[in-house]
Design a protein around this ligand. Structure first.
Ligand code: ARG
Length: 587
């Protein structure tokens, strides 16, 4: 296999149109040739309509001139027809289409290049809070962040994943004090009943501690002293804290393993990691005059964002009691990612309610001179997961939905639909496929929605074999794999002289556009564009398979069609993998 890049036909056509534009009308050189896929031909260029005015001519005239140029040209174009007021309908040679497919099949990267090479991208995602259960709110950041890490990494970026765990803060003083005063409380992994996790036990104990803190002023005092002990490094307290962090991380790891996300323990760089540099960061911000005293606290007043009272909104650098919070840590974090990790691309995947927080962190980092113009920082926000009633997703009792329960539910339902479809699957295979289908369904349902929108968590719809679902795509892949197995999984060669059937053509052009879909994801940070692409691809395959015999065809027609099957299966599997979703061989 090679790893040669294959330029998409669309890009080649666009290059040709650009050259002809520059030749026919030098004043338009460099203008967008506005080339898209078309229903009426292979591609369409709307350049004549878009540019006529600038060239002081009529669209029809410019269309004529471009057509003449394109027909004389020896580029990738066989035919140009003008339609309507000046659309150019462009057809490319069959031979060229086949040769593109052959080159993609021969490539271990499906002919996709590495346009993000040279970029160092830090992606901040997942970031659950220690001693608190991961809930449905952490699902989206974990899934979206992981998919972006995969796509950008595949496109050549040097991706550094950062799990900014909430592992520091005054709440730990309260919890540690409570645990010490209640030695009978069980919360260690190995003391718990199977199915319950250390974080759920800690979550409950924390609630109890909080209740006591509010009710008993003496306990509140002891807790405050415990915070001081933790922050000043008292060994016994720090040891306790470490234990709590380790037990919580074990529980998070169970979820990560089940979701199949890339996050490893080395990616855990929590809030506590920045503790020893906070004072230094604050000195720096104070020296350059960005951080100022206000009401005995140290704050940075925004020049961009106003608070609800109409005054500049503050970032809290040091609280009145001398403590540091979420804002301080994020200031230290962005400095670390720029200066120590040497990132030139910073992504923060958190829910949309944190938009102002990150806007103000970026603003402060810019004013401090850390975030320079050659570095791109972006908050990657997402909407809320809603229950069937259209309200934020809660359990029937109104509590937060545990992520583990939600995954169990999805895999159980996936098991039922897979069993219905394929009653002969042996139980162990069924279990494995149900897990892949259930987890895939949850991930796909999340990723296939436009990121910023809220969506309704509807398990029955997610695990359906019909519609734009993960299960539909996994099934499309498995069906093609079964066709290929029946054919004996041959190594096929493509004969480029065979005329393309219209359904083959539609599928082939879609296959050729995989890299374009990935580039769209990279530019917009919207994984749903990849979902949409894969869904279209699966439908193009279905149309092809209905219109064209594969196994019953003969000679080079059969080989070419098997090649289309192979490339479709590989593209589906690859695309699902970039979404973090398995593509089982059977379903
Ligand atoms: N732990 C936070 C939460 O659960 C998310 C942290 C996001 N990352 C960051 N650098 N602030 O909401």
């Amino acid at each position: 296999m090679t790893n040669h890049e294959v330029l998409p036909l669309l890009d080649q056509v666009a290059d040709s149109v650009s050259q002809v534009i520059a030749h026919a009308r030098p004043e338009l050189a460099g203008a967008d040739p506005v080339v898209r896929r078309s229903e009426h031909a292979d591609f369409q260029s709307n350049a004549a309509l878009a540019l006529a005015k600038r060239a002081s001519t009529k669209p029809a005239e410019l269309a004529e001139a471009l057509t003449a140029g394109l027909t004389d040209d020896h580029g990738p174009i066989t035919r140009v027809e003008i339609s309507g007021p000046g659309f150019l309908n462009i057809t490319v040679p069959d031979q060229l289409i086949w040769s593109h497919l052959a080159a993609r099949l021969a490539s271990s990267r499906l002919g996709i290049g590495t346009p993000n090479t040279g970029q160092r991208t830090v992606i901040d995602y997942s970031a659950p809070n220690i001693a608190k259960e991961m809930h449905v709110g952490h699902l989206r950041t974990t899934i979206i962040g992981d998919s972006l890490a995969r796509v950008l990494g595949f496109l050549g970026a040097d991706v550094i994943r950062q799990n900014h765990l909430g592992d520091w803060g005054t709440q730990f003083g309260m919890l540690i004090q409570y645990l010490d005063e209640h030695p009978e409380a069980t919360w260690h992994h190995d003391e718990l009943e199977p199915g319950t996790s250390a974080v759920s036990a800690l979550d409950e104990l924390y609630r109890a501690a909080r209740g006591l803190f509010d009710a008993d002023p003496e306990f509140a005092d002891r807790s405050r002293n415990r915070v001081v002990a933790l922050q000043s490094g008292d060994p016994a307290t720090v040891e306790r804290w470490r234990e709590i962090v380790a037990e919580s991380e074990k529980a998070f790891r169970d979820i990560y393993d089940r979701l199949g996300v890339l996050l490893t323990p080395e990616n855990s760089v929590g809030e506590s990691f920045y503790n020893h540099v906070l004072a230094d960061v604050i000195d720096e911000l104070t020296e350059v005059g960005i951080a100022v005293e206000s009401d005995s606290a140290l704050v940075i007043f925004s020049e961009e964002v106003n608070g609800p009272d109409g005054n500049p909104a503050p970032l809290m650098v040091r609280k009145r009691d001398g403590g540091y919070g979420y804002d301080t840590t994020d200031l230290a974090t962005i400095r670390y990612r720029i200066h120590d990790l040497e990132a030139d691309h910073l992504l923060y995947v958190t829910d949309s309610r944190q938009a102002l927080h990150f806007q103000m962190i970026f603003e402060a980092a810019r004013r401090a001179g850390w975030l320079t113009d050659d570095i791109e920082a972006a908050h990657v926000p997402y909407g809320t997961v809603l229950g069937p009633d259209g309200r934020p997703f809660k359990t029937r009792a109104g509590g937060t939905v545990r992520l583990m329960d939600l995954l169990d539910d999805a895999t159980a339902r996936a098991r039922a639909v897979v069993h219905d479809k394929n009653p002969d699957l042996p139980a162990d295979q069924l279990d494995q496929i149900a897990e892949q289908a259930g987890i895939g369904a949850v991930k796909y349902a999340d990723l296939s929605n436009s990121r910023i929108k809220d969506y309704i968590f509807d398990v029955d719809r997610m695990v359906s074999f019909n519609g734009n679902t993960g299960v539909y795509l996994q099934y499309a892949h498995a069906r093609i794999r079964s066709i290929l197995r029946k054919a004996g999984d041959p190594d096929v060669a493509i004969d480029s002289t065979i005329e393309l059937h219209p359904a083959e053509r539609a599928l082939a052009l879609e296959l050729d556009a995989y890299g374009t879909a990935l580039a769209d994801v990279s530019a917009s940070l919207e994984p749903h564009k990849l979902c949409g692409y894969l869904y279209d691809l699966a439908r193009d395959f279905t149309n092809f398979y209905e219109a064209c015999h594969v196994l019953n065809a003969e000679g080079p027609v059969r080989s070419n069609r098997l090649a289309l099957c192979q490339l479709t299966a590989r593209t589906l599997q690859h695309g699902l993998d970039l979404l973090g979703i398995n593509a089982p061989e059977r379903m």
